[in-house]
Design a protein around this ligand. Structure first.
Ligand code: ZN
Length: 340
């Protein structure tokens, strides 16, 4: 499932049209009096409307009321680390949250290692025992550091959506660096999981260049660098149609790392409430639901228990399409192609 008939579809997207894109600072439009007139004449940078009150019926396979996609973020081993020449140890989304240590933070390193050594195996076991699919948001360097995990991902047939060459902030990269990192990530995943990635998702948020660079590269089916909808949608980048499959930090275990969720029950309640509401709406207006997981967080037994209960809960429902992210993208392309 990692390779496919993508070439035919993607062929028209192969050309870079970088020069036609205006460069803008991250601050966007400045709302000073002097610039307002200019701003009125310039197309607004954001879309505040989307599908509006009548989103399209996605026509999910077999009349499903909901497309449910589980995402496992594979980041451990690619985070900032002295071993990779960085000048600090990453400690985001760990049990301690970091202690501002000068030099190596061996505790934080070790909490990351737990994710790839233990958490990964526990989580995929929960999915395999139930024959459920999973999407991996894979950081390329992290998978290089654990060939056993990469092999398990291939054997299980999970789709790998690229989560960067490293787990890094793309908005801190310039366009040249970012283009280079995208290419490094593709080459690396080709080696570790035997196929180039067809989806892309940055750590937290993209840069102002990311989407253009992905379209320029030409081989991606979609990106998930958006939180603004519950259905895929098309955008046009340098005159090329490009599919966005929005993600969420809503039903996401990163809330454990920020102290929002404390127990498995918190996660379960939050996830189940969202599922129930979407399931009810799905009678007339089906949507997609993403559930985000991290190995160093949900991989701990006290949290994995909440995931386990949620999986069992959703499996008691009929007409739910539990699927891979790549399947959602392909479904949208086939059933809701871009119309100019
Ligand atoms: Zn992530």
């Amino acid at each position: 499932m990692l390779v496919g008939d993508v070439c035919a579809f993607m062929a028209p997207l192969g050309i870079a049209l970088e020069k036609s894109l205006p460069t803008r600072g991250r601050e966007g439009l400045r709302h000073t009096h002097d610039t307002m007139e200019q701003a009125m004449a310039t197309p607004y940078l954001r879309d505040m409307i989307g599908y509006g009150p009548n989103p399209p019926n996605p026509q999910w396979p077999n009349g499903a009321r909901l497309a449910l996609n589980f995402v496992l973020n594979y980041e451990e081993g690619s985070e900032a680390s002295f071993a990779d020449g960085d000048d600090y140890s990453e400690s985001t989304l760990t049990e301690s949250g970091g202690q501002d240590i000068q030099g190596r933070d061996l505790a934080a390193e070790s909490m990351y290692e737990y994710g790839s050594r233990v958490g990964f195996w526990r989580i995929i076991q929960l999915f395999q025992a139930r024959h459920l699919p999973l999407t991996i948001f894979g950081c390329a360097l992290a998978l290089e550091r654990n060939p056993l995990a990469a092999q398990a991902i291939v054997q299980a047939g999970y789709d790998v959506c690229c989560h960067g060459w490293r787990w890094e902030k793309h908005y801190d990269l310039n366009a040249t660096e970012e283009r280079e990192h995208i290419h490094k990530a593709i080459a690396s995943l080709q080696q570790t999981v035997g196929a180039r990635p067809l989806g892309w998702y940055c750590r937290y948020g993209p840069s102002v260049n990311t989407r253009r660079l992905l379209v320029e590269e030409g081989g991606f089916l979609y990106d998930s660098d958006a939180y603004n909808d519950e259905l895929p949608y098309w955008v046009v980048v340098n005159d090329r149609p490009h599919l966005v499959v929005p993600y969420t930090l809503g039903v996401n275990d990163s809330k454990f790392g920020r102290g929002v969720f404390a127990t498995a029950e918190d996660f379960l309640t939050y996830a189940r409430d969202g599922f129930d509401l979407l399931y009810r709406e799905g009678v007339s207006q089906p949507k997609m639901m993403s559930v985000g997981l991290h190995m160093r967080l949900t991989g701990h037994p006290s949290r994995a228990a909440g995931l386990e209960r949620f999986l069992d809960y959703v499996m008691t429902h009929k007409d739910v399409w539990i699927c891979k992210r790549e399947e959602i993208a392909r479904h949208w392309m086939a059933n809701h192609p871009y119309v100019s």
